[in-house]
Design a protein around this ligand. Structure first.
Ligand code: PEP
Length: 254
């Protein structure tokens, strides 16, 4: 089944609103010229509204990097799905490994955030990935299976079909050491199989599974050439218009 590729940047804790507007001003014509793929940027919460305004009139998708599952309340420092939507954004990353590692995001919390994102019509990008010792001890697939089951708990097949899953090996994030295209493909095949077992073939075939971890202009095309890799989640290399442009323009095998 052919899935529309999904290429997203994750700016992490970089860029002010002004810097976001400047980037998007230069980049949005690139996004507009690539109608065969979805292109997105997950920006800091403080830049959401400015970024969404700057992207207006182009197909560039603007998203947040996290959310809290309650709609509002006494939750100092958090932002909710309606707030993200109200800022003009339409996507949200959930369960990024940096959230899991530094801010206590467990699979259970990820599942609650996912339900909240879907309830407000945001496109969720749910991240899973093993760390180095798990990989070295041969536990990669077990860990991913547990994360996937826990993070997508309670999801209907219909809702599942609309989400994006990002495979991001923790040892490859921000390290300059990407998974090889073969390693990534092997995991994506496994994730698709697990998704089929959980949600059925029809829904699972529609879920886009993207790869993230030290993607650069030099390795993007090779990774995208893998049949089960439906796109990319790009951290460091999405911060410069030049490198992100090269990445999103990479040929896609389909
Ligand atoms: C990320 O932040 O999701 C990521 C993959 O980072 P990097 O591309 O810098 O490894």
């Amino acid at each position: 089944m052919s899935r529309k590729p999904f290429l997203a940047g994750n700016w992490k804790m970089f860029k002010t609103g002004e810097q976001a507007a400047e980037f998007i001003g230069q980049f949005k014509s690139v996004a507009a010229s690539l109608g065969d793929r979805d292109i997105a940027l997950a920006v800091p919460a403080t830049a959401l509204e400015t970024a969404a305004k700057a992207a207006q009139g182009s197909p560039l998708i603007i998203g947040a990097q996290n959310l809290f599952w309650e709609k509002e309340g006494a939750f100092t420092g958090e932002i909710s799905a309606p707030m993200i939507k109200g800022a003009g954004a339409t996507m949200v990353i959930i369960g990024h490994s940096e959230r899991r590692q530094f801010f206590g995001d467990t699979d259970e919390k990820v599942a609650k955030k996912l339900a909240a994102a879907l309830a407000d019509g945001l496109l969720p990008v749910v991240c899973v990935g093993e760390n180095l010792s798990e990989r070295e001890n041969g536990k990669t697939l077990d860990v991913l299976s547990t994360q996937l089951t826990g993070s997508l708990a309670g999801l209907s097949a219909e809702a599942a079909a609309s989400i994006v899953v990002a495979y991001e090996p923790v040892w490859a994030i921000g390290t300059g050491k990407s998974a090889s295209e073969g390693e990534a493909q092997e995991v994506h095949v496994f994730l698709r199989r697990r998704l089929k077992e959980t949600f059925g073939a029809e829904a699972a075939d529609r879920i886009r599974i993207i790869y993230g971890g030290s993607v650069k202009p030099e390795n993007a095309a090779l990774i995208l050439a893998q049949s089960e890799i439906d796109g990319l989640l790009v951290g460091g290399a999405s911060l410069k218009v030049d490198s992100f442009t090269k990445i999103v323009q990479s040929p896609y095998a389909g």
